[in-house]
Write a protein that binds this ligand. Sequence first.
Ligand code: APR
Length: 182
Amino acid sequence: MNNCAARLRLEKGDITFEKTDAVVNAANCRLAGGGGVDGAIHRAAGPALAAECAAIIKRIGRLETGKAVITAAGGMKSRFVIHTPGPVWKGGGAGEETLLRSCYRESLALALSSGLKTLAFPSISTGVYGYPTELAAPAALDEVLRFLNKNAGIELVRFVLYDEDTFMTYEKALKANVNTIA
Ligand code: APR
């Protein structure tokens, strides 16, 4: 036990303004950029980010859902971007929760193996990909808390949530979870 709940914070805001070791991007499997947080991160980082993403895709073909890769953060205040494609919501019976948990776990493991200590996550999959926030939030928080509990190397994880509803849903889920794991 290493006081994992104290190393997780919820904030409302725009993740592109964060100053942290790595900002996590809710990407797609082609790392092609898009709308939502992906579009915002690409705009804030500048064209070097798209070029680095294209080079990764040239090398690996496609980034599977639930996996993660790391790039520089271009013009953003953060040092790196960790890109992870979340699952598209198909009703809940297509392994969506397993894949969503994998996004958080793989992003954290990549940060740890890259020597990073602080991360900011958006709410992966709950926008364009349609994952209901009230189901995504408890899975996301539980997976991050479990990781922090086992790995003291990550000092701080912040969820930077864009809108009030999402923030409140995460806040409610965190209160419920902390009682069971911390
Ligand atoms: N900062 C923080 N959160 C943001 C920001 C931002 N600047 N912009 C949007 N969000 C929030 C959304 O409000 C939502 O709560 O991020 C959450 C995830 O929504 P999406 O960005 O739509 O991500 P996702 O549902 O995972 O869909 C990914 O959308 O943009 C495309 O290329 C992306 O194909 C991929 C898909």
